[in-house]
Design a protein around this ligand. Structure first.
Ligand code: MSP
Length: 497
């Protein structure tokens, strides 16, 4: 086990549509953490991917007259292209149709089966033939499909069940003993009270091939395929080379951090740890469930036609603006509302007025007063304003950002950076360099410029995980011996009243 290893995952996304703002949110958050850890010298493994089996994909393929494999192969390049445009630097992209994943799922099933935790049983449910969906008795009390309102049929079939119930008290004990296992606190309480109030049922982990063929065959029953969740969750270890590659597993598994939306908390916080425990693997280090983005008052959905397309937003505002907005606007863990107006407000305020303005005016002053030469900062020479208000912040900035990100508090990390930006903008007003110039106080003017250059370098470096392009642009202006001015980073957006 390496002290300096970091493993972060996103959910593997269903491929029946392209990524929307919700998917991009989890993935950008994971990318930010991964970039930060890489920059801090950690060995990082950042995993994302796609969940390609199951009824929905089969149906989508049939509608297009394709085999499911053709369908998924066609959509994956578009997924990867979307992640590339959002500046996502994952280390691995796992697809559940890949042989390495199929092998891992089958190995895990065989092992659980061998240990006696999978048994054959009768599955009973209400089935809607046209929708091809199973409903519980409680979901269709009138024997009508809740989706299409046509009559459902009572179906009985042989399936395989995973003995989840057996491990309920173990799981409760684990959650109680590890306060950081499920975050935020509210989600941890939700899972704990669910487990205290309900007896876990065993999980049906198969589907008869005759009814649903697009899945991973059970190694011990070729007439059945694996239930999509038992298949999908295993991605987090199949990408580490389960069952053979023990080196990858030893390095990264103890560090595993799963970022998910609150919609899939139960599968991650209940099914998954028990599946792992059943084959003697430890649970992940942390599961963090973030909140839900909606648009205006509404949930986003294709049928409402209000789905936010990340690529359209970045075409208009730029990728870094989008990344900044998602991570700055809403505390990670709470729900949020996406709107153009709030994005433009952040743009004009935090980015144009604060950050863009500071970079532009500082570089302009260094050009004007120092002939472009970036003076080195000697802390002992600093004027009282810088010594009291800026340098102490610069000294702790990296540590403050790192501590906030370890808590997944993206806002707190960004606020620490903006505290430096703010105090530097105030510094310019307080020192009034144009007066220093007039009065011929060259030494003080040089110190002033040195403080600003040092601050911009720190700001640029700390911004890199959040806004990689902006960070590079700031670096290109101030990281050399001479400054290089460019056009303003965030020209104000004028809004028509
Ligand atoms: N395939 C499963 C996950 C399997 S993981 C082993 C799945 N896929 S999904 O395509 O539906 O993606 C769900 C995830 O997308 C959520 O958990 C969340 O990360 C993200 N989001 C989807 N819509 C969202 C919002 N409106 N807001 C925020 N995130 C949301 O479930």
């Amino acid at each position: 086990m390496s002290e300096k290893a970091f493993y972060v995952t996103t959910p593997i996304y269903y491929v029946n549509g392209l990524p929307h703002i919700g998917h991009s949110y989890t993935t950008i958050a994971a990318d930010c953490l991964a970039r930060h850890k890489r920059q801090s010298g950690f060995e990082v493994f950042f995993l994302t991917g796609t969940d390609e089996h199951g009824q929905k994909v089969l149906k989508a393929a049939q509608e297009q007259g394709l085999t499911p494999q053709e369908f998924v192969d066609g959509i994956i390049p578009r997924f990867k292209e979307a992640w590339a445009r959002l500046n996502i630097r994952y280390d691995d992209f796992i697809r559940t149709t890949e042989p390495r994943h199929v092998r891992a799922v089958q190995a895990m099933l065989s092992e659980v089966h061998r240990r006696g935790d999978i048994y054959e049983g009768m599955y009973e449910g209400l089935y809607c033939v046209p929708c091809e969906v199973f409903w519980m008795q409680a979901q269709a009390p009138d024997r009508m499909c809740p989706d299409c309102r046509r009559p459902v049929e009572l179906i009985q079939e042989t399936n395989y069940f995973f003995r989840m119930s057996k491990y309920q008290s173990w799981l409760v004990g684990h959650i109680e003993a590890h306060p950081d296992f499920i975050r935020p606190e509210s989600r941890r309480n939700e899972v704990l009270s669910f487990l205290r109030d309900n007896a876990l049922e065993d999980l049906c982990i198969s589907r008869p091939k005759a009814r649903m063929s697009w899945g991973i065959p059970l190694p011990f029953s070729p007439d059945h395929v694996t239930y999509v969740w038992f298949d999908a969750l295993v991605n987090y270890i199949s990408a580490l080379g389960y069952p053979d590659d023990t080196k990858m597993r030893d390095t990264f598994w103890p560090q595993a951090l799963h970022l998910i939306g609150k919609d899939i908390l139960r599968q991650h916080a209940v099914f998954w740890p028990i599946m792992l425990h059943a084959v003697d693997l430890p649970p992940p280090r942390m599961i963090f469930a973030h909140g839900w983005w909606q648009v205006g008052e509404e949930k986003m959905s294709k049928s409402r036609g209000n789905v936010v397309d990340p690529l359209a937003v970045i075409d208009e505002f730029g990728i870094d603006v989008y990344r900044y907005f998602l991570l700055r606007e809403v505390p990670f863990g709470l729900d949020g509302v996406f709107s153009r107006a709030s994005l433009i407000k952040r743009f004009n305020g935090d980015l144009a007025n604060d950050l863009g303005n500071l970079v532009h005016r500082s570089v302009t002053m260094v050009e004007k007063h120092m002939g472009g030469a970036a003076p080195a900062l000697r802390e002992a020479d600093a004027d009282p304003y810088a010594a009291e208000k800026i340098l102490p912040k610069l000294r702790t900035l990296s540590a403050d950002v790192a501590a906030a990100l370890d808590r997944l508090d993206f806002i707190c990390a960004l606020e620490a950076i903006w505290a430096v930006i703010d105090v530097c903008n105030k510094y310019v007003e307080a020192v009034k360099p144009w007066n220093l110039k007039k009065e011929g106080r060259a030494k003080e003017l040089e110190v002033f410029c040195a403080v600003l250059v040092a601050s911009l370098r720190a700001i640029g470096r700390e911004l890199a995980p959040f806004m990689p392009d902006t960070s590079a642009k700031i670096g290109a202006q101030v990281d050399g011996d001479t400054v290089q001015k460019t056009a303003p980073l965030f020209p104000r957006i004028v809004v028509d009243k």
